[in-house]
Design a protein around this ligand. Structure first.
Ligand SMILES: *Cc1c(COP(=O)(O)O)cnc(C)c1O
Length: 421
């Protein structure tokens, strides 16, 4: 559920008309709903009620400072995957002991930054990383709390580019080698082993892969405890999917996910962390774009928008589907027609949808891409020298620009000319 609904024939974001934002900010832009962000965070928080737990928002999904601050004020921790994200989380007021650091390629500098600024734990992904973390921690005279990310070799049944829990993926250590790697970690004076981490992929639409992975984590917990390790915290990753096509998808709900966590892991007495990103931010955002031209081609028509693959790359990168709706509600009885929806970038990949059924639209009309709040603005670029797409946050009847569109002058001045020119 979200807070983007038609009222009297016009699309609203909470209590603000989307067309009003477009008139003030210009298109394309992203708009996020505070109520939806908070609702999704609370769904997870409530789903784990009864367990000692922390929901660490995977901020790579949407790392705008205003979004982070909204969630941090509601009690969210953060899952970060870079030094930049770590600093963003701190700048949004998240204390170090609510930040977990994930990622396969943490550099020495990033590790140092997090150890100095305070960190809840590092989710270690390899033996070389473990050695570096140990060295940096000893150098600073501190002990780094760690979990080790295990790769449970389960098929998340999702798009290949976002599956992470199969043995062929670069993430984590093979679960079969876990005992050996935990033994090595326990011998390192700069590290304190506190738990296990697992994250099997993104946009999961079934619970079964989670069940398989969490059962393996439960078994591993017992084995590692018998080996003498203190396993007190389990980080279960994120990945729960959202319905991109509202008409025919119903991914599992956070409540059912919570039940599964309790069933598979509740008996172990561990503190539970989860790292949802997409499910918190995805349906809390729209990308709004204006129709520039309606072009008739041979056998097909094209809706050419002012938004493009540089603003929302998911269709080009993951073959992702987004519902695209008219900001003016189509009149009842209007026959939708198939049309290709494209951006102006000079690549055939700049196609949002082919032969999509849309109501008749004209130049100047606005459309909204649903479910664009996660992996949308964060993946945007200035390809084709198109200004970085702005972001807007709505709360009730208020809205504010939370990242402004740069001017062309600002964009040009970011480059510098060498002396010899
Ligand atoms: C990307 C990622 C997440 C979040 O995945 P979602 O599908 O957005 O929930 C969580 N944990 C880790 C380690 C990740 O890399």
């Amino acid at each position: 559920m979200d807070h983007f609904l038609y009222r009297d024939g016009r699309l609203f974001a909470e209590d603000v008309a989307v067309a009003e934002i477009a008139a003030s900010v210009g298109t394309p832009f992203y708009v996020y709903s505070t109520a939806t962000l908070l609702r999704h965070f609370r769904l997870f928080d409530e789903a784990l009620e009864g367990l000692d737990h922390l929901v660490c928002y995977a901020m790579k999904a949407n790392s705008n400072q205003a979004v982070l601050q909204t969630l941090a004020q509601a009690g969210a921790g953060m899952d970060v995957v870079s030094g930049g994200e770590y600093l963003r989380a701190k700048a949004a007021g998240v204390p170090g002991d609510r930040i977990v650091f994930s990622g396969v390629g943490k550099t020495r500098e990033e590790i140092r930054l997090a150890l100095e600024g305070g960190i809840r734990q590092f989710n270690v992904e390899s033996e070389p990383e473990m050695a570096v973390l140990d060295a940096v921690a000893r150098d600073l005279g501190v002990v780094a709390p760690i979990t080790i990310r295990v790769n449970p070799d389960v098929d998340a049944k999702t798009h290949a580019k976002i599956a992470t829990g199969k043995s062929e993926n670069k993430f984590g250590i093979p679960i079969a080698r876990a005992r050996e790697v935990y033994r090595l970690a326990a011998e390192m004076p700069g590290l304190r082993v506190i738990g296990i981490d697992v994250h099997i992929g993104s946009q999961l639409t079934e619970l079964e892969p989670y069940r398989l992975a969490y059962q393996k984590v439960a078994e591993l917990t017992e084995v590692l405890r018998a080996d003498g390790h203190q396993i007190t915290r389990l980080d279960l990753g994120g990945g729960l999917g959202i319905p991109y096509a509202r008409s025919n998808e119903a991914p599992p709900l956070p409540t059912d996910y919570g039940k599964l966590v309790k069933e598979t892991l509740g008996h172990l007495g561990c503190e539970i962390e989860i790292e949802p990103g997409r499910l918190i931010a995805g349906n809390a955002g729209l990308m709004v774009s204006e129709v520039i031209y309606v072009k008739s081609g041979e056998g097909r028509d094209f809706l050419i928008l002012d938004g493009a693959m540089n603003d929302l790359i998911r269709p080009a990168m993951y073959d992702a589907y987004h519902d695209i709706i008219s900001v003016l509600e189509p009149a009842p009885g209007v026959e939708p027609q198939p049309i290709d929806i494209v951006g102006p970038v000079c690549e055939s990949g700049d196609t949002f949808a082919k032969q999509r059924l849309m109501p008749p639209l004209r130049a100047g009309d606005l459309v909204a891409f649903r479910s664009a709040g996660a992996y949308g603005a964060v993946m945007s670029s200035e390809y084709n020298s198109r200004p970085l797409v702005p972001e807007v946050l709505v709360k009730g009847d208020q809205f504010a620009v939370i990242r402004a569109r740069p001017t062309f002058d600002e964009m040009i001045k970011r480059d510098t000319i060498p002396e010899w020119l």
